[in-house]
Design a protein around this ligand. Structure first.
Ligand SMILES: *Cc1c(COP(=O)(O)O)cnc(C)c1O
Length: 502
């Protein structure tokens, strides 16, 4: 399998090359040249094997320059640290509703599913391509990516990682998780701005020839762990197959009948992986894109106009507070009939005028695979509380947005699988305010302990043992990172980090 670029369809590179490079030279994103197929028979059988085997098989269809044994070893290593034997357990709430828990990894966010794999894929790709420089991973994070990437790349030979996060745009727990990060090849810098400022700054660093040259002299080449990297996206395709197989196994759907997936969406990586799964033969009726108040995507699916010229809201689902969803570019490439020139023009329009319009034909095509909806923070909390009331199940604030959109849109037909993207313990104050209205907890740890008490019945242990260890240790770990930079001066933070590492 070869990979081409969304902005230059004559390009053709190997998977390893795409992973090392992260982004194509002209600014496009790497996409597979075709979609490999899986039979229903094989899909259903995934449920009786291990998740790692399922992941290795699905990834292997794209990563044809990796051997099956290599991928199996990597997948088993990557997912051994997850707290569930199923890695990504499917919880059936009732006949028509299920939740796919993607947050059982080391940083309690769904991003671990990809970011425990990516460093292994990256290391192997560096060897396969004979890259002579170390790879320096630059990350802009709206909260969860940063920690998951730091944890994934920590002390991985041949790599270093620098994470930028918006100073006031992440939760207390998310910030502490990053500032206490261990490892000799890591750096973290708070940016005075929002997530889009941080992401734009990172893109600028990637595009700056001077920066590249200076890094090459010190022995580094840049790459990305954001979901624009193919190696980040490909591990995510697997859990759609797994969820479906498990639902069939549990009797929630008949083999071959379609399901809907409802995805709390930010950068469009998670839901795009679902679209790829559908293209590979998974029986999916619709992929439902769920947005919070920053509903640029749900507006786009309604109108065909992607318009970032709008107010940016800080919400209680901060990992979805995004106005520029990078991975949508990959979907547009498919929906335009792989018209790289058109995609490049839309992206140019977005940069120069703040919006683009894909027109009626593409809009219609989008509607056959996708639906979209959005919720206010209050509506999401009501949904969260409703699920707790009905099933005793506690979800986090991002998952609650998807739950809320499910309740708004999903009135008929196919069973709905809600993708759960974070542990409720990462956002304890917000979660508690939903299920215990009136109780107020200013301190995140106090709230986490109170939440552990609420969960005790469901987790079947004493309250203190229901608090995830990754949260408990944050209150005692020393802060190791204190850099803050202006959004126009992220270059300096990069040079400072390199100086420290060398
Ligand atoms: C990153 C993230 C999302 C959004 O996922 P995308 O792939 O960027 O669409 C949703 N919820 C949580 C908790 C996340 O960390």
């Amino acid at each position: 399998m070869k990979f081409t670029s969304t902005r230059n369809a004559s390009l053709s590179v190997s998977a390893a090359q795409a992973i090392v490079q992260g982004i194509s030279a002209e600014g496009g994103l790497f996409v597979p040249e075709s979609f490999p197929q899986l039979s229903l028979d094989e899909i259903v059988k995934f449920a009786s094997g291990s998740y790692a085997d399922c992941a290795a098989r699905v990834m292997g269809l794209y990563l044809t320059d990796f051997s099956a044994e290599e991928l199996q070893r990597m997948a088993h290593d990557a997912y051994a640290s997850f707290s569930s034997a199923d890695v990504v357990p499917l919880v059936q709430l009732n006949d028509g509703e299920a939740v796919l828990e993607l947050f059982r990894g080391p940083t309690l966010a769904f991003k671990d599913v990809a970011l425990q794999m990516l460093p292994r894929l990256m290391s192997a790709s560096i060897q396969k391509t004979g890259a002579k420089h170390k790879v320096l991973i630059l990350v802009a994070t709206s909260g969860d990516t940063g920690k998951a990437a730091l944890e994934g790349f920590r002390d991985v030979p041949g790599t270093a990682i620098l994470v930028f996060f918006p100073l006031d745009g992440v939760s207390d727990m998310q910030k502490l998780q990053m500032l206490t990060q261990r490892g000799d090849n890591v750096a973290v810098c708070a940016v005075k701005g929002n997530f889009d400022d941080a992401q734009t700054g990172v893109k600028r660093l990637f595009a700056d020839d001077g920066v590249r040259e200076m890094l090459a002299q010190t022995g580094y080449q840049l790459s990305s762990a954001n979901s624009i990297n193919w190696g980040r996206l490909v591990p995510q395709i697997a859990y759609y197959f797994w969820a479906y197989a498990k639902l069939v196994q549990g009797g929630g759907v008949k083999a071959g009948d379609p399901v809907d997936f409802v995805v709390p969406t930010g950068n469009f990586g998670d839901i795009l992986a679902g679209y790829y799964a559908k293209r590979m033969g998974l029986p999916v009726r619709r992929l439902v894109c769920a947005s919070n108040d920053n509903k640029v995507l749900s507006d786009f699916f309604a109108t065909g106009v992607y318009d970032r010229r709008r107010e940016f809201y800080k919400t209680e689902s901060p990992s979805m507070d995004i106005l520029i969803s990078s991975n949508l570019e990959r979907l547009l490439f498919e929906m335009s009939g792989r018209d790289a020139a058109k995609v490049a023009q839309w992206m140019q329009d977005l940069t120069s005028q703040g919006y683009y319009d894909v027109g009626a034909e593409v809009l219609k095509a989008l509607g056959t695979d996708f639906a979209a909806g959005w919720c206010t923070g209050d509506e999401a909390k009501q949904a969260l509380n409703g699920v707790f009331d009905r099933f005793g199940y506690v979800m986090d604030t991002h998952t609650a947005v998807a739950q809320c959109v499910t309740e708004k849109l999903h009135k008929d037909g196919a069973p709905a699988i809600v993708l759960s993207t974070a542990s409720p313990f990462k956002f304890p104050q917000s979660v508690l305010s939903a299920i215990r209205p009136g109780e107020e907890h200013k301190d995140a740890f106090e709230a986490a302990n109170a939440l552990a008490k609420v969960q005790a019945a469901a987790c079947g242990k004493e309250a203190k043992d229901c608090l995830p260890a990754q949260i408990a240790e944050l209150s005692v770990l020393p802060v190791r990172h204190d850099a803050v930079c202006e959004k126009d001066n992220m270059e300096q933070a990069l040079f400072d980090a390199v100086k420290r590492w060398n």
